[in-house]
Design a protein around this ligand. Structure first.
Ligand code: ZN
Length: 191
């Protein structure tokens, strides 16, 4: 069970010679508890998620309480979470969502912190949390899918199929993963 996580602090007072003399955590106790509880469930989920292999990713996910530095704060717009290196920022709207959605958001960001692209994060989120907190990719995601591909998955933009590099099917809802504007101007045609 996760009993402690690493939380980013913010400086409240800077000494005249530099350095911080007073700081506070960016996440309050209730937010820390929510993250810890989500990690407990995510660690169990990883093993029940029904994909063989992917050992590096699974091991990385289960180290999130050790490796990730958590930051709580606003990101503006409709962004619920963001990852930069090993730092994951979660916003008030993420904490305000349902337990299931919050867990899926945390999971998605952890996949990024493990080196996953947008395709990897969306694919595993929609595989592991389909109908249980996952949201489908949005129009912002598809250009990233096309440009960056996946570290652990392959994607077929015309069928919406997502598979692991060794060919296992992910249980994503394929229509959600069909590329709305495929390169080469699909949808046009000869007249
Ligand atoms: Zn993402």
């Amino acid at each position: 069970m996760v009993d402690s996580i690493r939380v980013r602090t913010r400086c409240l007072e800077t000494a005249w010679h530099g350095g911080c003399t007073r700081s506070e955590p960016t996440c309050n106790q209730s937010q820390v508890n929510s993250i810890g509880a989500a990690l407990d469930r995510i660690y169990r989920k990883v093993d029940g998620c029904d994909l063989r292999g992917l050992t590096d990713l699974k091991n990385c996910i289960k180290r999130a309480h050790l490796d990730v530095v958590w930051k709580c704060g606003s990101l503006g717009d409709s962004i619920v979470g963001q990852t930069s290196g090993n730092e994951i920022t979660l916003t008030p709207s993420a904490f305000g969502d349902t337990t299931a959605r919050f867990e899926a958001i945390v999971f998605h960001e952890i996949v990024h912190s493990c080196g996953g692209t947008e395709l990897d994060s969306e694919a595993f989120e929609n595989h592991c949390y389909r109908g249980a907190g996952a949201t489908p990719p949005t129009s912002d995601d598809f250009p990233k899918f096309r440009d960056d591909g996946g570290r652990w998955v392959n994607w077929n933009g015309s069928s919406g199929a997502v598979t692991t590099k060794d060919g296992q099917n992910l249980n994503v809802n394929r229509p959600d993963f069909v590329d709305p504007s495929p390169p080469g101007g699909g949808g046009g045609g000869w007249i």
